[in-house]
Each structure stands twice: as C-alpha cells, then as structure tokens.
Design a protein around this ligand. Structure first.
Ligand code: GAP
Length: 475
C-alpha cells in the first residue's frame, strides 16, 4: 500500500463490502455503531490470521500451551483485576448535539488538525477539562463549544445471569481474554507438565463499550483478542531479555507472517503517566494506519500483580513451587496482547494495490481467503464445465478454492484480484485436447495458471496442480 494514497481507508471499506470481507453491523436495521459482520471472504481471512497466530505462538513452541476460557467469568474476577473500578475512559458530551466522545481523542485529534501534537494519556478529568477550555476545542460534529465536564465511563458490558436482573446476578462480558488465563493458572500447572518459564495463549471474543468513532474494524464493541501470559521466575530469568525476545517475536510475526513492511511499524514506549501502575514497562508495536501510527499490539511486564490479586480475592494459593529447590513464589508475567481484527485491517491496507485500472490485494498466499479460483473458459460447453468442476472438486480437498463461470475471463480475474486470490486456473479447449485442429496437442491435460501479482500465465498439468500450488502457497 502507498500509505499516502488518497482515501485508502474509504477504498478498503468499499472493497470490503463489495467483495464480502466486512459488512456494517445490523445494516438492514440502520446499522449499529462500531459493530461489523465478517462476510465469506472476511471470515476466511480472519480465520487464517487466527490460525497463523495459533500455529506460530502455540503449536510451534514447546514453551507454550493454549487455553479457551469463558467469556462470562465470576464477577469477582473483574473486581480483582481492577476493571470494575478502573477500566474506564474519560468522556465528554456536547450539550448541543449530544455527541459523546473520548476526551483524549477529542484533544489529540484537534491538535493534530492544527499541526501540533499532544499526548494526554494519564491526565486527570480536571486537567482534560482545562485543556479543552484553554484550546477552545469545539464539537467536531456540530461545531458548538458547550461541553459537559469530563467524566469517567466504564467500558465493561454488564449483563445478568438468570431471570431476575438484581445486583447479585450481575456479571460482565470479558473486557480482555487475559484474566481467564490467570484464573485458570492453578488448573494449568496442576494438569500439565509445564515448567517455568512457559506461556499460556488464548484467543477469543472480548467486549468493550466503545462509544468513540471506531475507524472501521480498528476499534469495535466486540473483537477477537489474542493474548499470551508468559510466566517466569524473576530470580531465574532476566525480564529485560525476555521482553526484548517478545518484541522480536511480535515484530517478526508482523513482517514475516503477515507481510508488513518494517518501515510501516514502530515501537513506542509508554511514559510513567500512561503506563498502568502495576506495569514495569509497556511498549506498543504501532502500525502506520491511514489515520497515523496507532497501537497494533501491546507488550507489558505486568509483574506478579494479577496472580497476587486473584490469590487475595479468591483466597486460593496461586504460587508456584520450583521443582528443583522447592522454593515457593508468585511467577511474574510478560503479556503480548493483540486484536485479530486490528491485524486484519492492517493486512488488508498493506496488501491494497492499484495498477492502472487493476485493483488487487497482494495478500500473503497463506492468508488469502481462497488459494485458487477455477474457471471453465466457457460456461455453456459441457465438456469444459465437467472437467473444470472435477479440477475444482479435487483441489477443494487440499485448499479453500473459489469457482466462477460468469461473465468473461477478464471480469473473473478482476473479481478474484480484489479478493486477493493468488492463482486463477482456467480449463480451456487446449485442456480437452480435441483433435479439431485448433488446440495445441502439447497442452492436452494442462490448464492455465495465472499469477495474481504478475498477471503472467503458465500451463500446468492437472495431475501436478495440487503440488504446484502447495509449493507456492506454503513455501
Ligand atoms: N490484556 C491487555 C489488554 O487488553 P489492550 O491494549 O487494552 O490490552 C490489547 O488491548 C489489544 O487488543 C490492542 O493492542 C488492540 O490490538 C486490541 N483491542 C483493544 N481494544 C480493541 C477494540 N475496541 N477493538 C478492536 N481491537 C481492540
């Protein structure tokens, strides 16, 4: 992607809807702010990113195990973690048009529009009020300068278990997947042979009552989080080395596995004001979105804060006993936390290409929703149709593949390019090898394979297709 290209975000939003990647949420009812649905191509792309994360960080590491805990946990979990009292954003409301917005975003966006920059992370409500007043920041929707005082707004979604919505039955949809890992920590060490240092990874839906503008799927009410708690003995392992190791792993995943250019990524360390009080160091891996460098993936050294809190609130001993020495202690953790949907937005932006009148997604083949599309040259020739269907059905046993027999071949290429399908396979008259004097007898039993990125075509024998594609896709 050319990051400076005009309207690239709008183009991705339009392409997403046109080609079935992402639809606005509940659209037939007029939509629901900050919610989206993933269409057939989007569901495949998101799943491929999830599988890549799980493969690289869980399956291919002998120091990692996976977990799948509940979305609804005991409400005390969120008291212990500090989410009930502290998981909040400072909000303001315009008294004229009633637009609600995050005070930090209001200030930072206003400064950016004036060509200045200001980070207000960690500032108290009164300080934010003072900045808004001093800079006379108007409502971006109606232009009025008439704000309510800044006040805290909790991001946890509340609901009730059972049929009576009373205080005792109140529960929360999880605001992060991380807490489920701490809650399951004792069961994991009791039921497996893991030894420190080791990590537990989990991926699943998290929910946040975000009421600020979301920038497509960058910030949504519900999102797929992928988090790791990497437990270690602070006396045996140098946390700084571990931290650097995780930075390299995260950066490597973005560049090698997701195909991101290194110059589109940067690290930003949280200052004292911004960092959570329990974290000794937090750094964000940021991506250059069309709206600026923004957090993609957080990395925090959370110490033993969470395990201590859950031990205190539950009354259960969550300490670890070193097998060699019998020493009992609370492990510390380093936490890499990312949103899969945010990764997907980045992958689509990065892959977007316009060349002449051709638009295509240069997705890494492993991530592409469909690895190949199969076309009969003409849909009304039964022999072509029959053979093309056979090629399709055979390849479908190996990879997700698409089928298209509508319109001319150029239009079919155009549609597959926009979905990012790396290879288009056409069954033509040469494939049939009929002795009609028109087809090339050397091409009998071969198909054309067209490469998405170069547009070049080569003929491959049908019996070699699966291994040819496999070599190109999973190289
Ligand atoms: N356990 C730590 C934690 O949850 P976070 O920085 O709040 O930290 C981690 O979230 C990651 O989750 C972010 O870097 C981002 O990729 C993703 N994320 C957070 N809120 C999100 C939202 N509303 N929509 C989409 N992704 C979100």
């Amino acid at each position: 992607m050319d990051i400076n290209q005009d309207n690239v975000m709008e183009k991705i939003v339009a392409l997403s809807k046109r080609r079935g990647f992402v639809f606005p949420g509940s659209e037939i009812y007029g939509g629901l702010a900050n919610s989206y649905e993933y269409g057939p191509a989007g569901a495949e792309l998101k799943r491929n990113i999830q599988e890549e994360w799980w493969r690289v960080f869980i399956r291919e590491r002998s120091d990692m195990v996976g977990l799948d805990s509940s979305i609804i946990l005991h409400p005390k979990v969120w008291e212990a973690s500090g989410h009930v009292s502290g998981f909040s954003d400072a909000m303001v409301e315009c008294k004229k048009c009633h637009t609600r917005t995050r005070a930090d975003h209001l200030i930072e966006n206003d400064m950016e529009a004036k060509g200045e920059s200001m980070s207000v992370e960690g500032k108290k409500e009164a300080e934010l009020d003072a900045i808004i007043a001093e800079h006379k920041i108007a409502c971006p929707v109606c232009g009025a300068f008439n704000w309510t005082p800044v006040r805290k707004f909790n991001l946890l979604f509340e609901t009730h278990v059972g049929i009576v919505p009373e205080a005792q039955s109140k529960v929360y949809l999880r605001g992060e997947t991380a807490q489920g890992i701490f809650v399951a920590f004792k069961n994991i060490i009791d039921s497996t042979r893991v030894r420190l240092p080791f990590g537990v990874g989990q991926m699943g839906k998290s929910f946040r009552n975000e009421i600020t503008k979301g920038n497509f799927i960058f910030r949504t009410l519900e999102f797929e989080q992928a988090e790791i708690e990497y437990f270690f003995d602070p006396e045996a392992t140098d946390w700084k080395e571990l931290f650097e190791g995780w930075k390299a792993a995260m950066h490597g995943f973005a560049t090698r596995n997701l195909g991101i250019e290194a110059s589109h990524l940067r690290w930003r360390e949280h200052g004292d004001e911004e960092r959570s009080f329990y974290s000794k160091r937090t750094e964000d891996l940021e991506y250059l979105f069309p709206f600026g460098f923004k957090e993609l993936w957080g990395l925090a050294y959370r110490t033993d804060y969470d395990l201590n809190q859950h031990a205190k609130f539950s009354g259960v001993d969550l300490s670890y006993t070193a097998p060699a020495t019998g020493r009992k202690f609370m492990p510390h953790v380093i936490e890499p936390a990312v949103g899969i949907n945010r990764l997907m937005a980045m992958v689509m932006l990065e892959a977007y290409r316009e060349e002449g009148d051709r638009t295509y997604l240069k997705l890494p083949p492993r991530l592409a929703p469909y690895k190949a599309a199969i076309f009969p040259l003409l849909a009304n020739k039964p022999q072509l149709l029959e053979l093309a269907l056979k090629v399709h059905d055979d390849l479908q046993k190996h990879f997700p593949v698409a089928w298209d027999d509508r319109g001319n071949i150029g239009k079919r290429y155009y549609a597959q390019d926009e979905i990012g399908t790396p290879f288009c396979i056409t069954v033509d008259f040469d494939t049939l090898g009929e002795a009609d004097g028109k087809s090339n007898p050397d091409h009998k039993g071969t198909v054309t394979v067209r490469d998405r990125d170069t547009g070049t075509q080569e003929r491959i024998a049908i019996e070699n297709l699966a291994s040819f594609l496999h070599g190109k896709i999973y190289r």
